[in-house]
Design a protein around this ligand. Structure first.
Ligand code: ADP
Ligand code: MG
Length: 238
């Protein structure tokens, strides 16, 4: 058997044993793959931020999450680490695996920032094909790239265009949906696009939703795309 299979199995056991109620401080306290550990080391991250400490153990275990924490609190890695790890353990890698994770961002600029973090943390031995679908290239160019991706970082309008127009593009293997800055996705009027996107995705999937605020409309969105979510927040008591 391949070494990766053995690693993934061992990690699966360790994640099953992980108790999300036990506080973690350091990334070394978590059952993470060697490539993710190496990636975190290369960017000199050792201690989890509070939102990461609350969200990552639950997300590794497959729970849906509605996370709220203010800007600058480290939400990007709170979802990128579970995306990398959950796909790694599922061996959702390479051309045949298909699209395993979709990360939706309200703006192109934010999508690019997420992608940059993904590349930085993922480049130490992870073998995923990841890409951006944010417009700015021809649909055909994006379509060809999309066909090879395991992880896509995208904006709502553009990915919906592909889902509705590209017969070849299917999301049957999709395991994870992430909505970053869900509050801004709503503020910018993308609710209907997100509803339409979700219609194309498998019902059996993990959904992670992050925002800077916990507004009522965010919980409305949660009702549409999450199943019994764990609410994690580091908001100051009002
Ligand atoms: P948010 O999405 O909540 O606004 P980001 O994910 O953009 O926050 O992270 C804010 C900053 O904190 C970034 O510069 C990021 O590199 C840094 N950061 C994130 N997690 C950690 C960590 N565990 N240790 C040190 N720095 C971190
Ligand atoms: Mg952010």
């Amino acid at each position: 058997r391949k070494r990766d299979d053995v690693d993934a199995e061992k990690l699966e056991e360790a994640v099953a044993e992980l108790d999300p109620k036990v506080a973690v401080e350091s990334f070394t306290d978590l059952p993470l793959s060697a490539p993710t550990k190496a990636g975190l080391k290369s960017v000199h991250f050792t201690t989890l931020t509070p939102i990461q400490a609350k969200a990552i153990p639950l997300a590794l275990k497959g729970f849906d999450i509605l996370g709220a924490a203010k800007t600058g609190s480290g939400k990007t890695l709170a979802f990128l680490i579970p995306v990398l790890e959950n796909l790694y353990r599922a061996q959702c890698i390479g051309g045949d695996a298909g699209l395993g994770a979709m990360i939706i961002s309200p703006t192109r600029e934010l999508a690019i920032q997420i992608f940059d973090v993904l590349v930085k943390v993922g480049r130490k031995g992870h073998l995923f094909a990841a890409g951006l679908i944010i417009g700015g290239k021809s649909l055909q160019e994006e379509r060809d790239a999309l066909a090879r991706m395991n992880i896509v970082v995208c904006t709502p309008g553009r990915i919906l265009q592909h889902l509705s127009q590209t017969a070849m593009f299917n999301c049957d293997n999709l395991r994870m949906l992430v909505l970053d800055e869900a509050d801004r996705i709503l503020d910018m009027g993308f609710q209907r696009d997100v509803d339409a996107i979700v219609e194309y995705l498998p019902k059996e999937r993990q959904t992670l939703l992050f925002s800077a605020t916990q507004t009522k409309r965010v919980s409305d969105l949660a009702r549409l795309s999450l199943q019994d979510p764990e609410y994690v927040s580091t908001a100051d008591p009002a």
